[in-house]
Design a protein around this ligand. Structure first.
Ligand SMILES: [Fe+2]
Length: 256
């Protein structure tokens, strides 16, 4: 099994992913455009399926051309509004399975109400999660276009906070630097975020990307640190519950 991350040098900094299984099955998640995906596939003559995490245009606009070329199915949440979608998914649906790996739909509403993540499992255990616009390196998605911050809180709190430390995170955009800057603004004493930010500031972030695991995310992602006293003090919310802190952080990040 191999995961290829494709970065698009657009202002939205989209990522698309191609997963190639050893038996030749190939899935493409969130094609921003078809051209780069086709270029990566090269002489491989088939694409087993396209999967869209949600129905915002920048996650599915490459579908049409890829379907034309490969005549493959398009998977997304059953309520997603995506032209040409052929297979509606619900939470827990298995898209692909072999003796070692499986790829499953995980219902994760909040950024939109029909958003899914894709959970890649190895021997039945979570190995990697493709998070679309639900969860980013050091941040979470906005709720501007069809979303709801209270529902996003429930998704992060009930699902993401239970993920194992070793789970790899493959987000739908590269917002790492900006999110780390937000973390430092909210929690100036976060030495892990400070170190990470110092490291990436020296790099060409159109060429080099980081695949974080949940262990790192728990240290640098403010939205997973709702009970941290320094964050609560900064927000003047020392007695607030997790949901109130999350929604305040989301509001601040919207304007930040
Ligand atoms: Fe989106």
């Amino acid at each position: 099994m191999r995961i290829q991350q494709i970065f698009f040098k657009n202002t939205l900094r989209n990522f698309c992913y191609v997963i190639i299984f050893d038996d030749g099955a190939i899935y493409c998640i969130d094609p921003f455009t078809a051209q780069e995906v086709r270029a990566f596939l090269g002489d491989k003559k088939s694409l087993t399926g396209i999967i869209n995490t949600h129905d915002h245009w920048d996650h599915h606009q490459g579908n049409g051309e890829l379907v034309e070329t490969f005549n493959c199915p398009v998977f997304a949440h059953v309520k997603a509004n995506i032209p040409g979608m052929t297979k509606g998914l619900l939470d827990g649906d298995v898209i692909y399975k072999n003796s070692e790996w499986s790829l499953e739909s995980l219902y994760t509403p909040g950024h939109t109400l029909s958003h899914i993540c894709l959970m890649l499992k190895k021997d039945g255990k979570p190995y990697a999660v493709f998070t679309g616009d639900c969860f980013f390196n050091a941040g979470v998605g906005n709720c501007h276009n069809g979303g709801d911050p209270e529902i996003l809180f429930a998704t992060i709190h009930d699902i993401f906070s239970t993920f194992p430390d070793e789970l790899l995170v493959y987000p739908g955009h590269d917002y790492l630097k900006r999110n780390l800057e937000f973390t430092m603004d909210i929690e100036a004493s976060n030495t892990e975020a400070e170190k990470f930010l110092a490291e990436i500031t020296l790099l060409d972030l159109n060429e080099i990307f980081f695949i974080n695991d949940m262990k790192i995310e728990r240290k640098i992602n403010t939205f997973l640190r709702l009970q941290n006293p320094a964050i609560q003090r900064k927000l003047n919310m020392s007695n607030a519950d997790d949901k109130e802190v999350f929604i305040k952080l989301r509001e601040l990040r919207n304007k930040w």
